[in-house]
Ligand binder design. Structure first.
Ligand code: UT7
Length: 327
């Protein structure tokens, strides 16, 4: 491995469906209210894909914007990794659909499944391809259409999720200050039943076992898991940035529930002014949540070149992880 090679974030992009679904739309079909959803989650509205949109089409649009920001042509990309739990098909991978649509060379392209932590997993894989010298430019995408996996009679879940895609181009660089400083990834399959999304090829249910046909969550348990792990990830990252002689300018957490973020901030003392929050507009977009928020932070000028950004995510698997990146 060339130890001098570092992985820099060269460009980001995102794509949200144009269809806005306000909290009030749920009131017609389930026993809920705009007030309950706003106060218990912080979500005001989310985006749902229209019939012609899929996780691949949203990903392609986000990827084009990231490539344009990175000032790279599609043929300069050496690897595509797409994080999603709602791919168009099990095969081909969304990443292959993206490769074809962008007109990339016959490069490796594959999907990964790590739910809401997927983008950070993809970033870690891309980083390792770059630092080993195997790839120079890697396109990573997080994309979801969870609206297609919802039970719209289940008020515990259907109000939480939205659709969208976020992308980033990672590139090899020999300069020392910016780039990926640290990534940590975790999983705990023992508690997998807390968040479940259906497989496209449904697993054979054991006698008496219910088949998972829609996204199913154990909200309170997930809430506790999310706060606990978010606190742990912030504490770990705080120690790491001290060791690296850096400071965190902005945290971009997975956008699930405003109360989860607030609880983690009050436990760690991390200042709310340094946190990117867009869940009021987009809800929880799973693997797309962190890259959409990161792209928004960069476009809104909240994360500037030279800033060190902490990405934090947690979700189904269970999985969780973080990345420290200097822009
Ligand atoms: O990315 C990972 C996936 N994300 C998650 O799993 C989300 C994590 N969990 C959460 O964000 C929160 O736990 C929820 C938003 C899901 C629920 O909030 P909560 O404050 O933990 O509510 P709760 O589950 O303790 O339920 C309180 C009450 C219940 O009624 P009863 O049993 O007290 O009569 C629920 O049935 O709120 C009821 N409730 C609702 N009421 C109106 C649950 N959903 C709704 C709703 N509208 N949409």
């Amino acid at each position: 491995m060339n130890r001098k090679t570092k992985t820099v974030l060269r460009g980001t992009g995102s794509c949200l469906p144009s269809r806005i679904v306000a909290n009030d739309e749920f009131v017609r079909t389930i026993d809920t209210s705009d007030e309950w959803i706003r106060t218990r989650t912080g979500i005001h509205e989310r985006r749902f894909a229209s019939p012609g949109e899929t996780s691949a089409t949203l990903a392609i649009a986000a990827a084009r914007k990231a490539l344009s920001k990175a000032k790279l042509d599609p043929h300069e990309i050496d690897l595509i990794i797409c994080a999603t739990i709602t791919p168009d098909m099990m095969s081909p991978a969304n990443a292959c659909t993206i490769q074809a649509a962008l007109g990339c060379r016959q490069i490796p392209a594959f999907d990964i499944s790590a739910a809401c932590t997927g983008f950070i997993y993809a970033m870690s894989i891309g980083d390792q391809f770059i630092r080993s010298g195997t790839a120079k430019n890697v396109l990573i995408v997080g994309t979801e259409v969870l609206s297609r996996a919802m039970d719209f009679t289940d008020r515990n879940t259907c109000i939480l999720f939205g659709d969208g895609a976020g992308a980033a181009v990672l590139s090899a660089s020999d300069q020392e200050t910016s780039g990926i400083q640290y990534i940590s990834l975790y999983s705990d399959g023992v508690n997998q039943n807390l968040i479940q999304a259906p497989a496209r090829v449904i697993k054979q249910a054991a006698p008496g076992e219910a088949t998972v046909e829609h996204v199913r969550i154990h909200g309170r348990e997930v809430f506790r898991f999310a706060v606990y792990r978010m606190v742990e990830l912030i504490q770990e990252a705080t120690l790491m940035v001290e060791r690296l002689g850096l400071k965190i300018d902005l945290m971009v957490p997975h956008q699930v529930n405003r109360r989860i973020i607030d609880s983690a901030l009050s436990s760690t003392g991390f200042p709310v002014e340094k946190v990117m929050i867009n869940l009021d507009r987009y809800g929880n977009t799973s693997a797309a949540s962190v890259p959409i928020a990161l792209d928004g932070a960069i476009r809104e000028g909240r994360a500037k070149p030279g800033d060190t950004v902490l990405l934090v995510a947690f979700g189904g698997g269970l999985t969780w992880g973080s990345a420290i990146v200097t822009l």
